[in-house]
Design a protein around this ligand. Structure first.
Ligand code: C2E
Ligand code: MG
Ligand code: MG
Ligand code: MG
Length: 280
């Protein structure tokens, strides 16, 4: 009966909730020791100039390798880490590790490589954020103009505070991209006011180039060009998607068609053998 079905549904949801809660408690406990136990590492995904086919930048992506559970994806641990504040420690570790790595690559013969690092809301709005970033750049020797920070649209909702931080970053020579563009709470006001360098079109639009998405991608690229922002398409998986983006003169592409996020030694191999690789 409907009543029974209803009760079944209710039971299903409570069990699901229970499981989620258990998982959250587990992650919270495990996250606390994860860094000192060296369970975190970074993977790196190249970002290509669509016209020249050259690797312009590399995005660092956090990976948690749990001894019992294997790889736990960022979508699972980032929200927990944001909630309990662990993201501050993790974010600092990511920045330090990625900047040191990028500096090493520069010294190995890739002087103009841009490093992109994702920054969460909680991290970005820390009072000492810009000073901390500059300290890390100083310690690692990476030049500020080689660092790019990826932030999401939601971070920009606190206009006043965000504008100051962005201005400080810009003054220091650090560029900022808007990640997952088109999916957040967005006011176009910030686009004209804020010193940002790149828009990253969310992969949801690229993934399924339906008629509507096609129009949206076209509009975002036009908007970016008119505002003199560079535009990166995320999640490019097929040649059709690439062809479409080429026609619109999208600046950069990133996605499984070119490369998945790779562990350090593999991205290094790709950097060195880049001419032999599939490029846009
Ligand atoms: P994001 O910054 O938008 O990163 C892009 C995500 O899309 C990555 O997932 C990447 O593996 C995936 N991706 C790239 N190309 C393709 C493609 O062609 N197809 C598909 N289906 N996916 C593709 P990942 O590594 O699981 O990261 C997910 C999100 O977690 C990131 O989204 C970012 O918001 C967050 N994240 C990852 N690392 C960090 C970090 O160190 N700090 C912070 N605050 N957030 C992070
Ligand atoms: Mg990103
Ligand atoms: Mg994204
Ligand atoms: Mg994302």
């Amino acid at each position: 009966s409907a009543k029974e079905a209803g009760r079944g549904t209710f039971r299903f949801f409570t069990m699901e909730l229970h499981e989620k809660l258990m998982e959250k408690t587990f992650f919270e406990k495990e996250l606390r020791q994860s860094l000192e136990k060296e369970q975190f590492l970074l993977h790196y995904q190249p970002q290509y100039d669509l016209e020249t086919g050259r690797i312009k930048g590399i995005e660092a992506l956090a990976r948690w390798k749990h001894p019992d559970r294997g790889y736990i994806p960022p979508v699972k641990f980032i929200p927990v880490a944001e909630e309990n504040g662990f993201i501050l420690e993790l974010g600092e570790w990511v920045l330090k590790t990625a900047c040191a790595q990028a500096k090493a690559w520069q010294d190995e013969g890739f002087p103009s490589l841009r490093l992109s690092v994702n920054v969460s809301m909680r991290q970005f709005t820390q009072p000492n954020f810009v000073a901390d970033v500059l300290q890390i750049l100083h310690e690692t020797g990476l030049h500020p103009t080689n660092l790019n920070l990826e932030i999401t649209e939601s971070i920009m909702s606190d206009v006043q505070q965000c504008q100051c931080i962005l201005q400080d970053l810009k003054n220091a020579g650090i560029s900022v991209s808007v990640d997952d563009f088109g999916t957040g709470y967005s006011s176009f006001l910030y686009l004209s006011k804020f010193p940002i360098s790149h828009l990253k079109i969310d992969r949801a639009f690229i993934n399924e180039l339906s008629k509507n998405n096609t129009m949206i991608v076209k509009a975002i690229i036009d908007l970016a060009k008119n505002l003199q922002l560079n535009v990166i398409a995320e999640g490019v998986e097929t040649e059709d998607q690439e062809d479409f983006l080429k026609k619109l003169a999208c600046n950069e592409v990133q996605g499984f068609l070119y490369s998945k996020p790779l562990p350090q030694h593999e991205i290094e191999r790709l950097l060195h053998s880049h001419n032999n690789n599939r490029t846009p």
